[in-house]
Design a protein around this ligand. Sequence first.
Ligand code: NIG
Ligand code: FE
Length: 420
Amino acid sequence: MSEPVDLIIHSAGQLCVVPPHDGGPQRGATLGDLGLIADGAAAIQDGRVLAVGPSSEIRARYRTNTILHAGGRCVLPGFVDPHTHLPWIGDRAAEFEQRLAGATYMEIMNAGGGIMSTVRHTRRASVDELVAGNLPRLARMLRHGTTSAEAKTGYGLDTAAELKQLDAIAALAAAQPVELAATFLPAHAVPVEYRDDTEGYVQRVIGEMLPAGARWMSERGVRLFCDVFCEEGAFDLDQTRRILEAAAALGYRLKVHADEFVGLGGTKLAVELGATSADHLVMTPDADIAALGRGNTVAVGLPGTPFGLAHRDFTPAGAILAAGGALALATDLNPGTTWCESMQMVIALACRYMGLTQAQAIVAATLNAAFAVGRGHEVGSLAPGYQADLLVLDVDDYRQLGYRYGTNLVRTVVKRGQIV
Ligand code: NIG
Ligand code: FE
């Protein structure tokens, strides 16, 4: 007798399971294990993967009223985007024009534009306006295969506006299918009110903003990440350490924007503090890369950012993998450097500029990306027990991902066992 289930997906030319390794991310040289099943199928019950295997086996063991015939196409876990700057209001197309004329990102920021320009727009917006302005972005991300994402504050830079962004993230999470992990980033930039007084702002972050975010956490019963932009012109290594140590003491999990333009030691600090991820890692010193191999901090490469800035240096994936590090990919979706909503585009860039194979980039954008937001035991894989978040591509070979770019190769998105 076959067992009834909610949904069966069968006849996938390739079913990519993307198995965890030793219950964790795929580290170092082992990155790229797709766990391919030819003519594969998955049985789904209560929003979770119950079993995967060859179509003939799954169809003999399970029955259902809801069948998704994959028609020989490729099926894989939904993408996880572990670094975005959603939600924001406004755009910076005029700054892009200035950059095309030769101005640098940091020059624009130091002249009061850049992050501060988005802060001015976002401070004026209500929670409802933030939700309305950002729902279409999440809808486009979902259509391009992103089924879970991270979202950060950092465009408020005062207590009320940072909490308003947290409220907007919670409202966005409730209003649409893409699951959101929230990050508190009051240390994204030094606001104009504190120009020439970075230390004063750091004390405000530690003394007032982090405790306010911690109260928000306990009222809502969710655990936030705390992130810091560790960079010349933003927060130095000592300030980053003090903010992150204070955050850890208040119960936040940690992330760091490290080595985007200058290697200040943020990656090594992230490993030392047991941060969940260290992100950007373009100018990372060798000693910091070695540290990634010893800790559990996931290195998140954001190739859309140097691409968006027309820079030539990208995250040194080969060195990170040689050191035994766990590497993930994300968009960095933001209005300043990287308005990119598609993990497919990120995979295409990672294959070309970070030297990853398609299989490595796919694992980095699914399982390892889930570990970069502390959800690697729930999403990012189609191993039994994982949440049934999956994609049916329009193509029959996973190697078309990364190879083709600029068109959406996702045909069907399934979130928690529901076709969305
Ligand atoms: O990750 N570098 C800091 N933050 C973003 C850019 C944010 C912005 O320019 O609005 C980044 O690239
Ligand atoms: Fe970022």
